[in-house]
Design a protein around this ligand. Structure first.
Ligand code: FAD
Ligand SMILES: O=C1O[C@H](CO)C(O)=C1O
Length: 552
């Protein structure tokens, strides 16, 4: 084996990360495969709702590097969680072993101009993907509220937008490449490894590392949108019309103002672009004024309805009618300002159940427990922020349906998202009761929670009752990852059967004793007891199990 050349390796380091020494030697190319890891990373969700300090944070840049990560994890008994942009506000991406991030694995690999399809490395963020599509005169047909997510992360949790003409974002995914726990890359699409494809469309990060995504684009289009102040009662009495008038539509429900904002958009390529009106809380002053007001309200919750009505009037005006319009490129029109750190608890129910849900939950928020019929007293509970009301329709999907798709397979779905801001990262009082009441009613209506979000009273038993194909999904997951490399605590707590034999051992997921011939010596080198890598000028030794130690 060639001696380790520190100087040469330093050249590989980006973000002062590192390269593994002996285990990375690749005799076919006679080079070391870089292992870009650091021991100092603190992983935080975008909203700073959860954090974890992984033993290693790894940012591979090539497929070989990814393969090395998986081999090393397997031989070191480490679990892997891949994180995209960390926009899931739950503990879904938290991991004490190894966190892998694909921000530097985000290239465009192939463009099929005839089919309008693009194949990209899976770490690409949606805004980067959109930039690439724009160069080709293409676009994504649907997005959610933001474009910061990685494509793989958005797919993995069932991210959706708001349109009855479209399903989840993953509806546009034509094919995936997934690196499985043995380092093998499997192609999965409608025709090849179909089961893996349907399972991986909502993978929750636990089937393997999605490395490539082939995405169906559409020709770029403009959207003309309007938004109007609509009384809550009127919104409910026009329920069907609200969701069927325009291709894209969404409602923000402001309980204390007893008003909603009804936003709708249609394609309008013939129109000139027209800028959106200024938003009050989009200004520096409005942003901070709202946040400070919410901060005070977190100390004196009774002030919340007042704050909410004040902000509503400044942001939208109080009178019914149109309060803004614009003509924008599709992705600019659909994206919105999500303001502050927040908890979000979002569920899907059949669309026709929406009016009953909204009527009863509005009553609960107004402290009318008799109408609400929710067994959690609402006394003293004041919440804020819009409750987002959106739609999707996966029942007419032209592409395979993800096995863990939370929306209704029988007809159109309504997504209701109870957002609770955290002014200056402070938790708002009453959240637990608010969310318990919300989830009680959601369960009564046959709802299923959005996988990425902050649901709090859902048990494993509930989840198994919600998904008829969960057994198939778990069986497939276990068959492609029998050692549980991609099993996170989140998955164990919420999904995996208690009796599943995942060996818990300090410092590793199982006790491993190398057997004769088990290790590929030519690939993994001679260092069986530990491996070393350089980080920020220090040589670090990571034992096969146990914590990372600094040598010098
Ligand atoms: C401000 C804001 C707005 C949002 N708006 C919407 C919205 O409009 N609609 C909606 O439905 N949701 C919305 N979300 C939720 C968001 O779309 C999801 O949480 C999404 O999963 C985040 O993508 P990410 O890249 O940050 O993934 P992460 O949160 O980092 O990860 C999510 C999951 O993907 C897995 N994963 C990531 N990359 C890979 C990979 N390469 N291979 C395998 N698994 C992988 C992770 O392990 C994890 O299980 C919003 C969230 C925020 C904070
Ligand atoms: O999770 C989400 O956050 C925003 C609301 O602020 C949104 O639309 C989600 O979905």
């Amino acid at each position: 084996m060639a001696p380790f050349d520190h100087e040469a390796h330093k050249k590989w380091y980006k973000y002062t990360t590192s390269v593994i020494t002996s285990l990375s030697w690749d005799p076919t190319t006679e080079t070391h495969t870089p292992f870009r890891a650091t021991t100092k990373h603190v992983h935080r969700t975008w909203a700073r709702t959860h954090s974890s300090t992984p033993a290693l944070y790894i940012q591979p840049e090539t497929t070989q590097e990814l393969e090395l990560v998986i081999h090393l994890a397997r031989h070191n008994h480490k679990r892997i969680t891949v994180v995209g942009s960390g926009h899931s506000p739950s503990t879904l991406t938290c991991q004490k072993d190894w966190i892998v991030n694909l921000d530097n694995y985000s290239k465009v690999l192939h463009v099929d101009k005839e089919r309008l399809q693009i194949t990209v490395q899976a770490g690409i963020r949606l805004y980067q993907l959109q930039n690439e599509l724009q160069k080709l005169g293409w676009s994504m047909k649907n997005i959610g509220s933001i474009m910061d997510q990685s494509i793989a992360g958005a797919i993995a949790t069932g991210t959706h937008g708001s349109s009855l003409d479209h399903g989840l974002l993953s509806e546009s995914v034509v094919g995936l490449a997934i690196m499985l726990a043995d380092g093998r890359v499997a192609d999965a699409n409608q025709y090849e490894n179909g089961d893996l494809f349907e399972a991986a469309l909502v993978s929750l990060g636990s089937l393997g590392i999605v490395t490539e995504v082939t995405f169906q684009a559409v020709p770029a289009f403009k959207l003309a949108w309007t938004q109007q102040v609509l009384l809550l009662d009127k919104m409910l009495s026009n329920w069907e019309k609200i969701w069927t008038t325009s291709e894209y539509c969404r409602v923000w429900w402001f309980p204390y103002s007893e008003r909603t904002i009804y936003w709708k958009a249609d394609r309008s390529d013939a129109l000139e672009l027209k800028e959106r009106p200024k938003s009050w809380y989009g200004s520096w002053f409005g942003y901070h004024a709202y946040q400070i007001a919410l901060y005070f309200a977190s100390w004196f919750p009774r002030l919340t309805p007042l704050v909410e009505r004040w902000v509503f009037a400044l942001q939208y005006g109080w009178e019914e009618g149109t309060t803004g319009s614009a003509v924008e490129k599709s992705h600019e029109a659909l994206a919105m300002d999500c303001l502050f750190s927040q908890y979000v608890n979002e569920w899907a129910i059949p669309l026709y159940k929406g009016p009953e849900f909204i009527t009863r939950f509005q009553a609960w928020l107004m402290h009318d427990d008799a109408t609400a019929r929710i067994p959690f007293p609402s006394k003293g509970i004041y919440v804020h922020a819009p409750i987002e009301v959106r739609v999707t329709n996966t029942s007419i999907s032209r592409t395979p349906r993800p096995w863990l798709d939370p929306s209704d397979p029988q007809g159109p779905s309504l997504y209701i998202n109870a957002t609770l801001y955290r002014p200056y990262y402070t938790d708002f009082p009453g959240m637990v009761t608010y969310y318990k009441a919300f989830e009680y009613l959601m369960k009564e209506m046959g709802g299923r929670p959005h996988w990425a979000k902050n649901f709090i009273s859902v048990t494993k038993e509930d989840v198994w009752g919600m998904y008829p194909r969960l057994g198939d999904w778990v069986a497939l997951r276990n068959s492609v990852d029998p050692e549980g490399i991609f099993v996170s605590d989140w998955l164990k707590e919420l999904i995996l059967p208690d009796e599943q034999p995942i060996d818990e051992k300090e410092g590793g997921y199982g006790q491993w004793t190398p057997e004769e011939g088990e290790m590929d010596q030519s690939r993994l080198g001679e260092s069986m007891g530990s491996f070393e890598f350089v980080s920020e000028g220090k040589v670090i030794r990571t034992p096969l199990s146990g914590s990372v130690e600094s040598l010098y």
